[in-house]
Ligand binder design. Structure first.
Ligand SMILES: Cc1cc2nc3c(=O)[nH]c(=O)nc-3n(C[C@H](O)[C@H](O)[C@H](O)COP(=O)(O)O)c2cc1C
Length: 319
């Protein structure tokens, strides 16, 4: 399980950072791997509103968003958007990151592609503000709810704190620790209880990427899915992505999902091809047909889907 925190405050050790750390620490206690992106420390190019992503599904700005932040958002099981209130909205730095998620909005709504993680991804908002008005968090709710929709996350909960102004105020709040722990428990515990499956594609054939995407799409609520091995390169990556897109599944910005706690922690392991991995009861090996053209990739995509469905249904193993 990957929990991704977006730390929206430019203050490194302020109230937002404290609140997010508390959430992530609790998540790690449940076995989650956690990552933090602080947009104030990243060179995120502002959205130009050029509309290219609505046609092509990719952003013209080839910066840290494309290199690492989109893949992290795609891989995450839980995305935590944390921000102080700045003029009744999120900070400019977090808003810059959110605006660039127009690319993911476009893939979902213009290109009609389904993010394989959509079935399970949860979004959580954490926010603090100095004043106490009833509308203090309204602007953040609207922005963050729409952001979660664009990144295919269901709105799973929020913690908001009023009267929090100076660094250290949040740490002195009497209930924050128990409230954060309760939210983590509710959101992360069901994800932590999933069985774990790894697809190991040492040859970078694309079969592992396809299998992992089908598995997340069809059974992500029951299985925590990992895929390891080199990513398919250049032309092959495009063919794999296109074959899955024909089925409505989005492999754009999908990276590998390395085995967080090693092979022993996996309940099932699928090795793609003849890679030398010691045979074990929980391991099966898939020898997949080699694809040479678009039709071949489409057939492979169907073959992999069938194998994943048999695996989910617990049917006898085949090779
Ligand atoms: C530019 C700026 C704008 C702010 N706007 C608001 C606001 O509209 N309403 C409010 O209650 N607090 C506002 N604040 C106060 C912060 O939300 C508050 O100090 C918060 O605790 C800072 O969190 P941090 O320590 O994580 O940065 C603003 C602070 C700054 C620097």
């Amino acid at each position: 399980m990957l929990v991704l925190g977006l730390q929206g405050s430019p203050r490194r050790k302020g109230n937002t950072a404290f609140l997010l750390d508390l959430f992530l620490e609790e998540a790690r206690r449940l076995g989650a791997r956690t990552e933090v992106v602080s947009p104030a420390r990243e060179a995120i190019v502002a959205c130009k509103g050029c509309g290219a992503c609505e046609k092509k599904g990719v952003c013209v700005s080839d910066d840290v968003m494309a290199k690492s932040i989109y893949p992290l958002l795609r891989r995450a099981d839980v995305v935590v958007a944390a921000s102080p209130v700045y003029f009744y909205g999120v900070t400019a730095q977090l808003k810059g990151l959110i605006d660039r998620c127009q690319t993911l909005w476009s893939r979902k709504y213009r290109l009609k592609l389904a993010d394989p993680g959509a079935a399970t991804r949860a979004g959580v908002m954490l926010a603090v503000g100095a004043t106490r008005g009833t509308k203090l968090f309204d602007g953040l709710h609207l922005t963050v709810d729409y952001f979660f929709d664009a990144i295919a996350a269901r709105n799973a909960g929020r913690l908001t704190y009023r009267g929090i102004e100076h660094a250290g105020d949040m740490a002195r709040h009497p209930r924050v620790r128990e409230e954060a722990a309760a939210l983590v428990q509710r959101v992360c515990q069901p994800l932590a209880e999933r069985r774990r499956i790894a697809f190991i594609d040492a040859g970078g054939t694309g079969g592992g990427m396809m299998a992992a995407a089908w598995m997340r799409h069809l059974a992500g609520a029951a299985w925590d899915v990992f895929v390891d091995g080199p990513l398919p390169g250049g032309k092959m990556a495009a063919l794999v992505e296109r074959a899955m897109a024909e089925e409505g599944i989005d492999l754009g910005y999908a990276g590998i999902q390395p085995l967080e706690s090693g092979i022993d922690a996996m309940d099932r392991i699928v090795v793609i091809g003849p890679a030398p991995v010691a045979e074990a009861a929980k391991l099966e090996r898939w020898m997949l047909a080699e694809a040479v053209d678009a039709a071949g990739w489409a057939r492979l995509c169907h073959e992999v889907r069938g194998k994943v469905i048999r695996l989910i249904d617990g049917a006898p193993r085949t090779s």
